[in-house]
Ligand binder design. Structure first.
Ligand code: PEP
Ligand code: MG
Length: 753
């Protein structure tokens, strides 16, 4: 049966090719093609709709519908069954279309007469450029093979529409190319910073030159060879010393898993058996995967789409050019433009040349964004149309702080950027010069500046910034970039690596803080209405004891003979802390009983980020060695304002009297109990906020590494005692934010914020 279907498809493709190779004008060939499809599929109607520049879908040719509707009927995405296919990029197969709520027949087409409907998207890249439809008068159950055959033809149509071979080029959706004029694109900042460079289009859309293979047997061998090469290439990358340790390894392992996915390989082989070239098979399977993935609401899965793109591109490049590694000549200042990108692709590039990245998609939590932030490469995501509107070699300026991209900027923008850049370089040089200067205020208050980290890539910042240590090591990132739970041994080697890099400087390891927006691919979880307030962080650790104990055991093993600091996230009450600590102590005993050398000293603390715990400090403080405030979460829970929701997150200010009063209470209570305390949320990274924190009694701040210079500069120009006095009446203030007041204070008193 399968073989018959394959033979039939081959015949259809071959007839199709014969029509396309004829000398007739495109419109004649198109009309012959729809006739051929209708006959072949035993359908009364075959129509092709093509996307126009305004986004609507125009009936371009039909066999069976009324001719006068051709070029007249236009459907908006989402309207009618065709619009539904266009919008969802998924096929629609209906025995009785007329009973579907989406059925909205256009009277001029005469389609009310047809009962069954099968429509498939015509894709180019992941964009729907048309819809191919067959219809029948009677109720008919279209079979899987029939849908497959129609999808196969849709692939060929996609090609032809994109190349202008079937439809005059000006009507093709691709005609929204750049116009060569200066343009500004808006997006979301996924990694902050400014950058200027030449546009390099990364992995341009896979564009298949030949769709049908001359010799399917030989083609099958060609595909298998290419797949094997890709497998070997990934293994080779894994064997490189630079990849062998650290995140790149985890990333590549996840990637290897995708590459070995039997389903992915099988679907491509089936496509080749049907008569496609290997390139067309890669594209077809990839387009289908993309269309499927895009509909999945789970942000974690969607973020993995970039890994699939990466894989398809590698395979495609291998087939097309025989090249397995990325070795093209690049300018010295590259701004990469891509639909989306996997972290492996980013790591492929010469880091010294890469200035910034612009993505049409991308999310803050994607692996690529995590790695880019660690590498300090500005990234703008959600930049719609970037791959169309930027041409290779264009000058591009990225303003990562405001989520803006200037394409082919005019001289004024270039000049303004040049000035900003020069100023920034000057400021950076000045701050770098402070690397070894003690952070002490004008009135002699010493402040320890630590950095936050979560990837091995971050560790170099310790030396670069002169940080006193790592005030927050987000251990979950190590788990997040892997495709499976890291084994105990791997974890302990990883932590050891961190401790080695830190040397004498203290490191606070925060135990696994997954859940909410940080998901592990290998950990099943039920959907939650409020994940930020759901099963996350220490709640998971306490419920999944084995997972937690494995991490604790690894931390203990890594720190034998050294100091170990462990911090539990999202602790909401004293009992939770006690339970977590008891498990840690059990692991200490376990190791001790086996004669293993434990840490030279062990300090255990909590992350203060749930408001309820602020009211339990009198009971908690005698039991902990330290406390670190996670102001990101504390603020979101204190004000009931989702930190990831731009609409509400900026509504309330960390410099509000309410939040500052809580911070002062924490500071006073910790000092009275002589318990070490610090703050490691984003707040500490901002000089103005840091100024206020120092005045409130904070002597230890942990922040983004690239903020250390600015915060140190602020501290060197601050009189902490004087500001503290000004703040005595905090509780009496009525304003919702004291920011303007503090700004004025800094200005009037020469505090560099
Ligand atoms: C915080 O909540 O302030 C914090 C530092 O933790 P994370 O941002 O990782 O939730
Ligand atoms: Mg937090």
């Amino acid at each position: 049966m399968k073989r018959d279907a394959a033979q039939q498809s081959r015949q259809l493709l071959s007839d199709f090719r014969a029509i396309m190779q004829s000398a007739d004008p495109p419109e004649v060939r198109l009309s012959q093609v729809v006739g051929l499809v209708a006959r072949n599929m035993d359908a009364e109607v075959c129509s092709i709709y093509v996307r126009r520049a305004d986004g609507s879908f125009e009936l371009f040719e039909t066999e069976g519908l009324r001719r006068e509707a051709v070029h007249l009927t236009r459907l908006e995405p989402g309207v009618g069954l065709v619009g539904h296919v266009a919008e969802t990029s998924l096929p629609v197969r209906l025995r009785d279309a007329r009973s579907s709520p989406a059925f909205e027949p256009r009277p001029e087409t005469g389609e009310e007469a047809y009962m069954s409907f099968l429509g498939v998207p015509i894709l180019h890249g992941d964009r729907v450029v048309g819809v191919l439809v067959v219809q029948n008068v009677s109720a008919r159950d279209y079979q899987d093979e029939e849908q497959e055959a129609l999808e196969m033809l849709a692939l060929v149509f996609g090609q032809m529409i994109a190349s202008g071979a079937l439809v005059p080029p000006e009507t093709a959706a691709e005609s929204v190319r750049s116009n060569g004029l200066p343009t500004r694109l808006a997006g979301r900042s996924l990694s902050d910073g400014f950058a200027k460079g030449k546009a390099v289009l990364h992995a341009p859309r896979i564009s298949v030159r030949q769709t049908m293979a001359d010799d399917p047997e030989a083609e099958r061998i060609r595909l298998d060879d290419a797949i094997q090469d890709i497998h070997a290439q990934i293994d080779e990358m894994l064997a490189q010393p630079a990849v062998a340790a650290g995140e790149s390894r985890a990333v590549m392992e996840a990637f290897r898993l995708f590459a070995h996915d039997p389903g992915w390989q099988r679907r491509m082989r089936e496509a080749v058996d049907t008569g496609f070239t290997s390139e067309a098979a890669v594209k077809r399977v990839h387009d289908q995967t993309r269309a499927r993935f895009r509909k999945i609401p789970d942000p974690y899965i969607r973020a993995r789409l970039a890994d699939m793109d990466d894989l398809a591109n590698r395979l495609f490049n291998r087939l097309n050019t025989g090249i397995t590694a990325l070795d093209r000549d690049l300018p010295d200042d590259v701004v990469l433009i891509a639909r989306d990108m996997g972290p492996a692709e980013l790591l492929d590039f010469d880091e010294t040349k890469l200035r910034g990245v612009i993505l049409e998609q991308g999310s803050v939590g994607s692996h690529m964004s995590i790695v880019a932030r660690a590498l300090n490469i500005p990234v703008i995501g959600g930049c719609k149309g970037a791959t169309d509107r930027v041409d290779p070699g264009d000058l591009v300026i990225i303003d990562g702080d405001h989520g803006q991209v200037f394409v082919r900027p005019d001289s004024d923008v270039i000049k303004a950027f040049g000035e900003t850049e020069a100023m920034q370089q000057e400021v950076e040089a000045r701050r770098r010069a402070l690397r070894d200067v003690r952070a002490v205020t004008l009135d002699g208050v010493d402040v320890e500046l630590h950095c936050n980290a979560g990837l091995l890539l971050d560790l170099r910042h310790l030396d670069e910034t002169g940080a006193a240590g790592i005030g927050l090591y987000r251990t979950e990132l190590h788990y997040m970039v892997r495709s499976r739970l890291p084994r105990m041994q791997e974890q302990s080697e990883y932590y050891k690596h961190v401790l080695d890099a830190a040397g004498d400087r203290p490191v606070i390891f925060r135990t696994l803080d997954v859940g909410s927006d940080k998901l592990l691919p290998y950990m099943k979880r039920d959907p939650e209405a409020n994940p930020a307030m759901g099963w996350r962080a220490v709640r998971i650790s306490l419920d999944q004891e084995a997972l937690f104990r494995m991490q604790l055991r690894a931390l203990l093993a890594a720190s034998s003979g050294r100091e170990l600091r462990v911090m539990f996230p999202m602790i909401a009450d004293v009992a939770e802390y006690e339970a977590a600590r008891a498990l840690l102590l059990r692991e200490v005993l376990w190791a001790h009983d086996r004669g293993r050398e434990g840490p030279a000293s062990l300090k255990v603390g909590v992350m203060l980020e749930v408001p309820a715990l602020v009211w339990r400090l009198p009971a908690l403080l005698p039991r902990v060695d330290f406390v670190s405030i996670g102001s990101n979460d504390l603020m979101q829970f204190m004000y009931a304002a989702d930190r990831g929701n731009a609409r509400v997150a900026s509504r309330y200010d960390t410099l509000s009297p309410g939040f500052l009063s809580s911070l002062r209470r924490i500071s006073d209570l910790c000092q009275a109990s002589d318990v070490e305390f610090s703050i490691c949320g984003e707040m500490a990274s901002r000089p103005l906020e840091a100024m206020v924190l120092v005045a409130l009694g904070f002597r230890k701040l942990s922040m983004r590494p690239n903020a250390i210079g600015a915060v140190k500069e602020m501290i060197l120009s601050l009189n902490a005692g004087a500001l503290r006095e000004e703040m005595a009446q905090l509780d009496q203030r009525h304003e919702s934010s004291l920011r303007p007041l503090f700004e004025a204070y800094a200005r009037d008193n020469g505090v560099k914020v």
